[in-house]
Design a protein around this ligand. Structure first.
Ligand SMILES: Nc1ncnc2c1ncn2[C@@H]1O[C@H](COP(=O)(O)OP(=O)(O)OP(=O)(O)O)[C@@H](O)[C@H]1O
Ligand SMILES: O=P(O)(O)OC[C@H]1O[C@H](OP(=O)(O)OP(=O)(O)O)[C@H](O)[C@@H]1O
Length: 224
């Protein structure tokens, strides 16, 4: 009998991260572009090289990996810090770069309502609470699922805690960034049991992606 096959299942985030991850994965030997082209609305498919791919909402990637449905996945540090799951994060992929920041309306940048509870709209209640509590502030968190920038414009909230990349969304909605909380990039995440049980295959993935990311960083440094 030959060796037991080690099929690797990936949980990949649909959307902007997948676009940036596709060339990175290809350079590390996981070619998903042809399969993606013909996938249509299918959410699960096998690659010719044997790996299985699950396409999920970015926020759901850690769930699939923590439960061992997927062995490996790609998730933003924002999502990982918000969810606080039991996962390995062996490679910073350097994609999906943005920052978690506090912002508020331009006209209140000088000061907020004194003596009132600070109202904070966010998709990241845990990250936001940690940030304010560390400063001794106990805010009212108003959870939203998107278009968070509308919060202060409409009077729903005084501040927001959200991702900022170019700053364009803030600018177009008359908000200013008042504090950066942490820098965000996407990480390779690995299920704890898979790391032991499928060690050779997972090591190859980690090594392949590390090498690719390091090469990219060297090229960027050389071109500057
Ligand atoms: N403007 C941005 N620039 C760079 N990276 C971003 C930006 N916004 C989000 N990200 C990163 O991409 C990940 C996924 O964000 P995205 O907005 O695509 O997800 P989403 O809003 O949950 O998607 P959808 O609701 O459309 O399924 C985030 O967790 C974050 O790490
Ligand atoms: O600084 P910028 O380059 O403008 O990028 C920041 C915006 O990108 C993300 O929103 P997304 O496009 O994912 O929409 P969402 O609000 O529905 O999550 C984020 O929530 C900000 O709104």
């Amino acid at each position: 009998m030959g060796p037991v096959p080690e099929q690797i299942t990936w949980a990949l985030p649909k959307g902007r991260i997948l676009e940036q991850a596709t060339p990175l994965l290809a350079a590390a030997g996981v070619e998903i572009a042809p399969a993606l082209k013909s996938v249509g609305r299918k959410l699960l498919f096998d690659l010719p090289t044997g790996e299985r791919v699950l396409l999920v909402k970015p926020v759901d990637v850690p769930t699939y990996v923590e439960h061992g449905i997927a062995d490996v996945g790609i998730a933003g540090l924002d999502t990982l810090l918000e969810q606080g799951r039991d996962l390995y994060e062996p490679v910073d992929l350097g994609i999906g770069r943005c920052r978690m920041a506090v912002a508020q309306p331009r006209e209140t940048a000088g000061g907020l309502r004194r003596g009132m509870t600070l109202r904070v709209a966010t998709k990241y209640p845990r990250c936001a609470l940690r940030h304010y509590r560390a400063k001794g502030i106990q805010p009212e968190i108003i959870p939203l699922f998107g278009s968070v920038e509308l919060g202060p414009i409409t009077g729903l909230a005084d501040q927001i805690v959200d991702l900022v990349e170019s700053g364009e969304t803030l600018r177009q909605n008359a908000l200013v960034e008042v504090e950066t909380i942490f820098e965000v990039s996407s990480r390779l995440i690995v299920n704890a049991a898979s790391l032991r049980l499928k060690q050779p295959a997972i090591s190859r993935i980690i090594h392949g992606l590390r090498t690719t990311v390091e090469e990219r960083a060297r090229k960027v440094a050389a071109s500057q």
